[in-house]
Design a protein around this ligand. Sequence first.
Ligand code: CO8
Length: 257
Amino acid sequence: MAYETIIVEARGKVGLITLNRPKALNALNSEVLAEVVAAVNGFCANADIGAMVITGSEKAFAAGADIKEMQAISFADAYAQDFFVGWEEFTRARKPVIAAVAGYALGGGCELAMMCDFIIAADNAKFGQPEITLGVMPGMGGSQRLTRFVGKSKAMDMCLTGRMMDAAEAERCGLVSRVVPAGELIDEALKAAAKIADFSLPSVMMAKEAVNRAYETTLAEGLRFERRLFHSLFALDDQKEGMAAFAEKRKPNFANR
Ligand code: CO8
């Protein structure tokens, strides 16, 4: 598939998706949505790929949903089309997706980063939910996911004032997993993704599924779910190989990756 708004590359076992609408600071319009979802689905179906990285430019991961595209939309159309419901498909990716965020991650850009499995931020990253300044509110998960990441008080602060937080604050409050110098962002994200892609894919996918389940269920059900998945991994040769390699002080050679 030829892409207009993103660049899609395989870097070894890692699928790299780069948002590429520099003139609009990677604002997320319908075309970006369709292309990102197609690229992610393509990588998920590709047995040579074990993990993905999604990134933007040094200035902007994404400065939000495309305001100019949204501007004239009516309530009837937004509701009837369930405007932007398509991003839910992005969250159904079963292989891990890392967001590598430099510059602005605002509105839908912050929400897209939060749809990924974890966020690695450059030291120049700025996160925010500025929709309130446009007379609206978060609509791609910001009010829900940000609250789960950082708690009610800070989520309210971000959603009600529209202020931005820098990378250090984002790391302090648990929005991002690590902060790296801007010049090293892509290498660090690719390195993390390559490391994941080298593990046994079923165990990676199950670990992702189990962590995500924590958001959807009670502790008792989540623990049972985790235990059943854990048990099931003993059906794979990869468990035998991983544990034998540890005992023999060598690197494991997983069959399923
Ligand atoms: N949409 C469309 N175009 C944008 C956007 C955007 N979100 N952000 C920037 N651009 C465009 C600008 O219009 C400008 O284009 P042009 O050169 O043609 O005028 C170009 O990108 C460069 O932008 P600036 O000149 O503004 O660059 P600055 O460096 O001066 O400022 C900022 C950078 C601070 C990031 C500024 O561009 C900005 O504030 N952007 C808007 C941020 C924002 O409000 N984002 C939230 C959007 S709303 C949203 O995401 C809702 C999500 C939920 C939708 C779900 C619906 C159901």
